[in-house]
Design a protein around this ligand. Sequence first.
Ligand code: GTB
Length: 217
Amino acid sequence: MTATITAFVSSPDRGRGLARDMRVRWALEEVGQPYNVRLLSFKAMKEPAHLALHPFGAIPTYEEGDLALFESGAIVFHIAERHAGLLPHDANARARAITWIFAAINSVEPPIWDLSLTRIIEGNESWSKQRLPLVEERLRKRLGELSTRLGDADWLDGGFSAGDLMMVAVLLRAKPSGILNEFPKLSAYVARGEARPAYQRAFAAQLAVFTASSANG
Ligand code: GTB
């Protein structure tokens, strides 16, 4: 059964692939599964029909037959479990790849998200300028630790896995700040992820949505 995901009808990132539907599209492309996309306005995301799918009124969601999921991490994990290509067969290697999915969402995404909030959402607050260096240092510390672990390897633990997919998707959010560039090994890691054909297909698909929404005003 073809899954249906949700995405912004007009993404605030202007098609740069930073909204969280991108990681779900990428996972589906990696495992070769076709998918439908239901596009939502911010208003529609807060209406009962969508809130029944997503308690927090956000994207992405994932529907497949009787199954409805929310949370991009859970969705990518589900796709990786159901289809070959994103998790190793060896039980221990599989557990480590799953650990990297959690690490991306729980340990790396929060300081990146905090930086976006401080710069964009809280940017006009009187205390924002004072807080920014603390938030940036916290992110640098976490990226330094990740970079040390990655070392000169191509991927975090052997071959490319759902853990790398999630980590690259998360790190992409740190790119616009310029801080990712301070970590050449991580920049190269992200570039390797972006170069994957499945990533390219997913990126083109979400960009086409933004381009169409701009053309329609
Ligand atoms: N933890 C959830 C998950 O991983 O699925 C978080 C879901 C979430 O916050 N989704 C965002 C959303 O729907 C879209 S991705 N927000 C609308 C709302 O909550 O009302 C977050 C996002 C937004 C904008 C940019 N951007 O402009 O660059 C990037 C990422």
